[in-house]
Design a protein around this ligand. Structure first.
Ligand SMILES: Cc1cc2nc3c(=O)[nH]c(=O)nc-3n(C[C@H](O)[C@H](O)[C@H](O)COP(=O)(O)O)c2cc1C
Length: 227
């Protein structure tokens, strides 16, 4: 029981049931529902309540334009994220990362040595897994890691609010690989750095990738109760 969140208030089951979805139906989320989700996420805490998240949410033609720009950039540009990606994953993070990849590729029936299929799977990131909506998330470049913490609080609030409304999500750092491709398209000012994107929409249960389930380490790997 110590590592389980089955027991507890209904909110615990929201926490335990949300997962990343990597295959969406084309049906758009009604504008009012989408807005309600983002209004709820506005309640996220932040350092001195500075609320540093700046977000562009697409639908329809704008989603298609972002996907077209990103998939073109993958073929023609070198990755140039505004915020550097981790350069190494020492243990135990490397193991967690490998297990995450294995869970996804095995759900997709992609063999470890099938480079073409792995490339195809990687490319799905830039198609936002066919989601009808993409939220692109930026932050003032002058801030440091504390504003990133604020953004993390907002992100989880958004993911859970969406889930509670029956809307699936996939947070995607990959959508920030080519900021130059989307900055002009959406009018993101230069003083903001692109941190990530979030695919939003209704889950397509027939997509194999959506069978992926990730595990969590036992509590004592992360938390010590002292005294
Ligand atoms: C900041 C952040 C960036 C992520 N970037 C990606 C991404 O680019 N592509 C992807 O498929 N999943 C991405 N994910 C999803 C994680 O792989 C996923 O949250 C993790 O494996 C745990 O699985 P779960 O969300 O289903 O619980 C990202 C998650 C976070 C929080």
């Amino acid at each position: 029981m110590r590592d389980s969140i089955e027991a507890g208030p209904p909110f615990f089951s929201v926490l335990g049931s949300r997962r990343s979805v990597r295959g969406f139906l084309p049906e758009e989320v009604p504008a009012r529902t989408l807005e309600a989700i983002f209004v709820a996420a506005q309640q996220a805490p932040s350092w001195c309540n500075i609320q540093p998240w700046r977000v562009w949410v697409t639908r329809g033609e704008q989603t298609r334009a972002v996907v077209a720009a990103l998939t073109h950039a993958v073929d023609t540009e070198a990755p140039a994220p505004d915020f550097a990606w981790p350069s190494e994953y020492p243990e135990p993070y490397h193991r967690h990362r490998r297990e995450c990849g294995l869970a996804l590729y095995s759900a997709m029936d992609v063999a470890r040595d099938d480079r073409a299929a792995r490339h195809e799977a990687w490319m799905r990131n830039f198609q936002a897994f066919d989601a009808p909506h993409i939220a692109l998330v930026a932050i003032d470049r002058r801030f440091n890691h504390y504003a990133m913490l604020d953004l993390g609080c907002w992100l989880q609030s958004l993911l859970l609010s969406a889930f509670a409304q029956g809307v699936s999500t996939c947070p995607e750092a990959s959508l920030a690989t080519f900021p130059g491709a989307v900055r002009g398209l959406l009018g993101i000012p230069d003083e903001l750095g692109l941190v990530m994107g979030i695919a939003l929409g209704y889950e397509d249960p027939t997509v194999k990738a959506n069978g992926c389930r990730t595990a969590r380490a036992p509590l004592d790997a992360n938390v010590r109760f002292v005294g």
